[in-house]
Design a protein around this ligand. Structure first.
Ligand code: DC
Length: 225
């Protein structure tokens, strides 16, 4: 582990399956800092509405927003997600919940609640966060801002592999279509759309190993702080 004495924030944004979580997890492990998977929070919110069969209308969201309590815990390097005290970690990585998360994330009240929670969780510690609005909204003054990209073919293969590991087989074309649908939704929405800010470092992970990307980001950080 490399220890850096100064407090810092690393913000990572990018589309689904561009390698954000493995990168953030790798950085957190190497530097011994906190990792916040913000997508997991939107997944938990989406899961709430799907399992309770509540339509995601503004009216219903406002009625339910104070009843949604999301907590992340970190056990052995893994993010454990709690919704109202229940561990829902193993239920939120399906394509149904991916789409539900993308749908609920369009709502400004949900975003406000989760952004506040993310900033509170980060507190005074050094932290790496990943999502869609970290460099633009959550921590626009982060010490290092990274924007990840990768080809749609590689992203679809990665996502298909992740789903398979959890026992969910999906045809590659279906995976691709689902990713592309979310890309459009997440980057064209009115509230905090996914976008690359000018001072973010763009990294294309198509042909990079995770180790290489982790090392690249850590050296960039060291140059800046
Ligand atoms: O990173 P992910 O695939 O787990 O995210 C699921 C969805 O949540 C994503 O399609 C859009 C939304 N999201 C968001 O709007 N803002 C974030 N910071 C993280 C995720």
């Amino acid at each position: 582990m490399t220890k850096i004495d100064k407090k810092f924030v690393i913000a990572i944004d990018g589309a689904a399956a561009t390698g954000k979580s493995v990168l953030a997890k790798g950085i957190a492990q190497k530097l011994g800092i906190l990792y916040i998977d913000t997508g997991a929070m939107y997944r938990a919110a989406g899961y709430y509405f799907i399992t309770k069969k509540i339509p995601m209308t503004e009216e219903e969201i406002l009625k339910n927003i104070d009843l949604i309590n999301i907590k992340l815990k970190y056990i052995d390097g893994e993010t454990i997600v709690y919704l109202n005290g229940k561990d829902i970690t193993s239920y939120i990585r399906t394509e149904e919940i991916s789409m539900a998360a993308s749908n609920i994330s369009k709502n400004k009240y949900i975003r406000k609640k989760l952004v506040k929670l993310q900033r509170e969780m980060a507190g005074e510690e050094s932290v790496v966060l990943e999502g869609r609005d970290i460099t633009t909204v959550v921590f626009p003054n982060a010490d290092l801002k990274v924007f990840l990209t990768a080809s749609i073919e590689v992203r679809a293969k990665r996502r298909q592999r992740d789903l398979e590991k959890k026992g969910n087989y999906m045809d590659i074309e279906e995976v691709k279509a689902s990713l592309q649908k979310r890309d459009i939704q997440d980057s064209t929405r009115k509230e905090s759309p996914l976008t690359k800010v000018k001072d973010a470092i763009e990294i294309d992970t198509t042909n990079l190993t995770n180790e290489k990307t982790v090392d690249m980001v850590i050296s960039l950080l060291k140059e800046r702080i």
